[in-house]
Design a protein around this ligand. Structure first.
Ligand SMILES: Nc1nc2c(c(=O)[nH]1)N[C@H]1C(S)=C(S)[C@@H](COP(=O)(O)O)O[C@H]1N2
Ligand SMILES: [Mo]
Length: 393
C-alpha cells in the first residue's frame, strides 16, 4: 500500500518527550511518571504511554492512504481518508489501558514474561473520529448485526507495522461484529487525539479505539478491515493477552484453552506518591485514578492508611464542577475517574487504594492470587509505603 508503510528498522522513529520512562527502546515502549496522570483528567498526548511492537509506520501520501474493507460481505470497498472524514464525527473520552500495566509489580512475587511497566501504561484521551458502526453501514452491514449473510461474526483490524512476534508481519486483532455494529459501544476509527491529528506514535493517520477493552485491541495505523467467521488468528489474539491461572507455566501451557482478553477488570492506583517516598508528618493528599472495563462506572474508591485494617472513602471526579455518580448520564462512560483524599499521616505506614465498580466488582487483595505467566491485568490492591523523614524532603 503506497499511502502507508511499515519500516523494517528504527531509523525513522519520531521524537518523544524527555520525561517518559523508557521500558524498551526498540520497539519503543514508555510511560510517564505517575504524578503526570493526576495532573489532568485528560492526559496530554506527549505524556501518554506508548506501546509498540515494531518500528513506527510512515505515511508517504495521505491522498493515497485508504482502508481496504473485505471478507464475508457482499461488496468489498476501499475507503479513503476523506471518505472517513466525511462521516459524522464523534468525540469519545476513553481511557486506554495496556493489559501489561503494573506488570513489574507482578514479577516481584514470581517472574513473568513481557515488557515491564510501572502504573502508567494507561491514559485518558478525547478520541475524535468516525464510528465503526457508521462505516460498516456504509458498506452494507446494518447497525446491530451479529452475523452477516455470508457468516461474518468478527471484524479484524490489520496494520502495517513489522512485528517480531508475527515473524515480520503486521499487528492485528479482532472484535465481535455485534460490538462493531453497536453505535452505543462507541468503537471509533479515530483520526484525532485531544483535538489534534493523531501523531505517529499513537497511530497516524487512523487507529481503532475500542472503549472499555484492553489496549491491545485498539489497532494503530489501520490498513485493512476483514469481516471473518472466527476471531483473528494472529499472535496477539491467540498466543498473548490471555489470562491464565497461577498453575499454568511455560511447561504446561495450552493457549487454546483460553479466550482472548477483551474488557479489562476494575483497577485503581495511587499516583501522588511513589513507593518508599519520604514525607513530612501531617496532612497528605492522596490521589490517583480508578477505572473499570466494559462501560462500568466507579462506585467507590477506598483508601487505607493503616495497611488495610480500616478504610476511608475518597472523592471521585471527572470534569471539575460536575459531581460524579457511577453510571450517571453526564459521565464520560468509558473514562477513568480521578480520586482524592487528604488525611493526617503521623507515622511511617502503608497506604492502599482499592476500587469498586458499578457491578460491585472489587480489586483482589493479593497479586499472588491473580499471578499469570504473561503478567497481565495486575489489578491487585495498590500499595505505597511512605516513610516519615525529617530531612531532605
Ligand atoms: N498496529 C499496532 N497497534 C497496536 C499496537 C502495536 O504494537 N501495533 N499495540 C497495542 C497495544 S498492546 C496497546 S496497549 C495500545 C497502545 O496504544 P498507544 O501506544 O497509543 O498508547 O496499542 C495497541 N495497538
Ligand atoms: Mo498493551
Amino acid at each position: 500500500m503506497p499511502g502507508l508503510s511499515g519500516p523494517s528498522d528504527y531509523s525513522q522513529e519520531p521524537s518523544r518527550h524527555p520525561c517518559l520512562h523508557i521500558n524498551a527502546k526498540e520497539p519503543f515502549n514508555a510511560e510517564p511518571p505517575r504524578s503526570a496522570l493526576v495532573s489532568s483528567y485528560v492526559t496530554p498526548v506527549e505524556l501518554f504511554f506508548k506501546r509498540n511492537h515494531g518500528p513506527i509506520p510512515l505515511v508517504d501520501d495521505i491522498e493515497r492512504y485508504c482502508v481496504d474493507i473485505s471478507g464475508l460481505i457482499e461488496t468489498p470497498k476501499k475507503l479513503y481518508f476523506r471518505d472517513i472524514r466525511m462521516l459524522p464525527k464523534y468525540n469519545v473520552t476513553a481511557t486506554l489501558q495496556c493489559a501489561g500495566n503494573r506488570r513489574t509489580a507482578m514479577s516481584i512475587t514470581r517472574k513473568v514474561k513481557g515488557v515491564g511497566w510501572d502504573v502508567s501504561a494507561i491514559g485518558n484521551a478525547v478520541w475524535g473520529g468516525a464510528k465503526l458502526a457508521d462505516i460498516l453501514e456504509l458498506i452494507g452491514v446494518p447497525k446491530l448485526t451479529s452475523c452477516t449473510q455470508s457468516g461474518g461474526k468478527h471484524i479484524e483490524f490489520v496494520s502495517v507495522d513489522k512485528c517480531e512476534e508475527e515473524n515480520g508481519g503486521p499487528y492485528k486483532a479482532s472484535i465481535p461484529l455485534s460490538q462493531a455494529t453497536n453505535p452505543e459501544a462507541d468503537v471509533l476509527l479515530a483520526y484525532e487525539m485531544n483535538g489534534e491529528p493523531l501523531n505517529r506514535d499513537h497511530g497516524y493517520p487512523l487507529r481503532v479505539i475500542v472503549p472499555g477493552v484492553i489496549g491491545a485491541r485498539s489497532v494503530k495505523w489501520l490498513d485493512s478491515i476483514n469481516i471473518i467467521a472466527e476471531e483473528c488468528q494472529g499472535f496477539f489474539m491467540q498466543k498473548d493477552y490471555k489470562m491464565f491461572p497461577p498453575s499454568v507455566d511455560w511447561g504446561n501451557i495450552n493457549w487454546n484453552t483460553r479466550k482472548p482478553q477483551m474488557d479489562f477488570p476494575v483497577q485503581s492506583v495511587i499516583c501522588s506518591l511513589e513507593d518508599m517516598q519520604s514525607i513530612k508528618p501531617g496532612m497528605v493528599r492522596i490521589s490517583g485514578y480508578a477505572v473499570s472495563g466494559g462501560g462500568c462506572g466507579i462506585e467507590r474508591v477506598d483508601v487505607s492508611i493503616d495497611g488495610g485494617k480500616t478504610w476511608m472513602e475518597a472523592t471521585r471526579f471527572q470534569k471539575t464542577g460536575i459531581p460524579y455518580i457511577a453510571d450517571g448520564i453526564s459521565n464520560d462512560k468509558w473514562a477513568w475517574v480521578l480520586f482524592e483524599l487528604t488525611v493526617d499521616i503521623p507515622q511511617s505506614t502503608e497506604i492502599i487504594a482499592k476500587a469498586v465498580d458499578s457491578a460491585a466488582n472489587v480489586q483482589p487483595e493479593k497479586v499472588q492470587d491473580i499471578w499469570n505467566l504473561r503478567g497481565i491485568l495486575n489489578t491487585s490492591w495498590h500499595r505505597v509505603h511512605v516513610r516519615i523523614g525529617h530531612s531532605n524532603m
